[in-house]
Design a protein. Structure first.
Length: 148
C-alpha cells in the first residue's frame, strides 16, 4: 500500500490479473455492477444510522451502535471509490486524467455566485452549464476515443 489510490489501484488489479491498459468491456461491466453493490451497502448503513439517530437516546449502547454503523458507512464510501477507480482502469483510462478534468469543472461551480440547493449541495449556475458542460464532455470524449 502506497497511500496513492491510483498506484494502489494498479497494484490490486495487477495482483488480480486484471487489465488496465485497454478497454475491457467485461471487466468494466463487472466494476459497474460492483459500484451498484457498494452503493446499496452504503444506503443500507445510512438507513440504519438514521434509525438509531432517531431514537434520540444518549447512552453508551446507542453511541457504540452509531460508531459501528459509521464504520460501515466509511467502509462503503471507500469501497465505492475503489471499485469506481478500478472501473476507470478497466476502461483503459488514466483515472488521474479523468479526475483532473472533472475536478477542474467542479471547481468552476465557484466562479461567480455560490448556489446551494435546500440540502446544501453546491449546484451549477446557468453560466457554468453554458460554459463548462460542453468543454468537459469534449475533454472526456477525447480520452475515451483513444481507448475504444
Amino acid at each position: 500500500m502506497s497511500n496513492d489510490i491510483f498506484k494502489d489501484g494498479i497494484e490490486f488489479m495487477t495482483a488480480a490479473q486484471q487489465t488496465t491498459d485497454h478497454f475491457n468491456e467485461h471487466q468494466t461491466l463487472l466494476y459497474a455492477s460492483l459500484v451498484d453493490e457498494e452503493n446499496g451497502e452504503l444506503q443500507h448503513a445510512i438507513d440504519e444510522y438514521k434509525e438509531v439517530a432517531a431514537l434520540d437516546i444518549n447512552d453508551r449502547v446507542v453511541t457504540e451502535t452509531k460508531i459501528e454503523i459509521a464504520v460501515d458507512i466509511a467502509d462503503a464510501f471507500c469501497d465505492t471509490i475503489v471499485v469506481a477507480l478500478h472501473g476507470l482502469y478497466s476502461m483503459g483510462l488514466n483515472p488521474e486524467e479523468i479526475w483532473s478534468i472533472v475536478f477542474k469543472h467542479n471547481m468552476a461551480k465557484f466562479e461567480g455566485e455560490l448556489i446551494k440547493n435546500e440540502q446544501g449541495k453546491v449546484t451549477k449556475s446557468k453560466e457554468w452549464k453554458a460554459k463548462n458542460a460542453q468543454e468537459q464532455f469534449q475533454e472526456l470524449k477525447s480520452l475515451i476515443e483513444k481507448v475504444i
